[in-house]
Design a protein around this ligand. Structure first.
Ligand code: NAP
Length: 319
């Protein structure tokens, strides 16, 4: 699997790119865009003065400011990299400064709600092309990002039906330049797929770690000491950013509840198989699931290395 970005471009893809929110995802984009020279000028805006100060120290952008509206002035591409719950306020603030012909995109993990919050604020003549890089880690903030995060990961674009094809292509080129494979689908389909591949697994991790923390007969020190027995991987996922994940569940309610319904039915069937000693049912399911894991490794979306190849701190999750 390639773990390096290609050489810098001779001419930038966009004259001016503005990133809003310089946490894990925003700072990863900034690092890669800077290395690849994708922007003539790269502007970073974050609500937090500590974050903008850190962006300056790390040299992640040409300009770093807390003023998102000023930051988008003259930008050809604006990418929101803030939690989905902040979209409405950010879109309202930047709308008057967006130039005609600009593209507004995002990286949010939920796409139906992203569009619903952004679209009412987008002025005529500005193109809205929502996107979601299915790559991440459980870490947050500008120091957590790294330029290779998106290599060989999928980026899903969810443009509205009437989106300008040239704007969609420009966003596609941007993500391809960062090393991603790009797929286009509707926001509704995205939210259903991600509910089962990412959102419900995170909920299960948050739940099981919470259950373990509340146990009285098994001590917390035993939980930590014997965590290698499967629990440890759940704790990694359950360490993911609370704000981001709160917003994911509040904004993908329907799809998550639909998938949880199915999950609960299947769990009840497993419970029944254990109660009635139906070893064959258990064996059959575990054989099917093992094949799925092997397929994920075979298509390069996971590594079979010891410790899941995550010594750097959990890279490569599809979140
Ligand atoms: P993060 O590390 O917490 O960074 C978010 C940044 O946005 C923080 O610096 C935050 O500042 C800033 N921010 C919050 N509200 C803002 C506002 N109104 N205006 C300007 N800046 C604001 O989060 P992240 O993991 O990069 O996630 C960002 C987005 O990427 C989310 O929409 C998430 O769904 C999506 N995403 C995440 C992952 C992942 O694995 N983490 C993967 C794919 C997509 P404060 O810290 O001061 O609040």
């Amino acid at each position: 699997m390639p773990d390096r970005l290609g050489p810098p471009r001779d001419t930038p893809l966009f004259e001016r790119i503005t990133l809003i929110g310089l946490g894990l995802i925003g700072s990863s984009i900034a690092r890669a865009a800077r290395h690849l020279k994708l922007a003539g000028t790269l502007v970073a805006a974050d609500a937090s003065p500590e974050v903008t100060a850190r962006v300056r120290e790390l040299g992640l952008a040409d300009i770093a400011t807390t003023d998102a509206a000023a930051a988008v002035s003259g930008a050809d591409l604006v990418i929101l990299c803030v939690p989905v719950g902040a979209y409405g306020a950010v879109a309202e603030a930047i709308a008057p400064q967006l130039k005609s012909g600009a593209i507004v995109s995002d990286v949010g993990s939920v796409k139906g709600a992203a569009f619903a919050q952004l679209a009412p604020h987008i002025p005529a003549g500005v193109h809205l092309v929502p996107a979601h890089p299915v790559a991440g880690t459980e870490h947050s903030g500008p120091d957590a990002g790294f330029a290779t995060l998106f290599i060989d990961r999928w980026s899903i674009l969810t443009p509205p039906e009437d989106a300008d094809p040239a704007a969609v292509n420009a966003v596609r080129s941007f993500w391809r330049a960062l090393g991603s494979n790009v797929e286009v689908m509707t926001a509704q389909h995205h939210d259903l797929v991600l509910a089962i591949t990412s959102h419900v697994p995170h909920l299960i991790a948050y739940n099981i770690v919470g259950t373990a923390a509340d146990l009285e007969e098994v001590t917390q020190s035993e939980v930590i000491k014997f965590s290698a027995g499967g629990f440890r991987d759940f704790t990694r996922i359950a360490a993911s950013d609370p704000t981001m994940w709160r917003d994911v569940f509040l904004n993908n309610k329907e799809a998550v509840l639909e998938m949880l319904g199915r999950f609960n039915e299947d769990l009840a069937a497993l419970q029944r198989a254990i109660r009635w000693g139906d070893g064959q049912a258990l064996f059959d399911l575990f054989t099917r699931t093992r094949a799925i894991r092997r397929n994920i490794i075979a298509v390069g979306q996971e590594t079979a290395e010891p410790d899941f190849g995550r010594r750097r701190g959990g890279d490569g999750d599809g979140q």
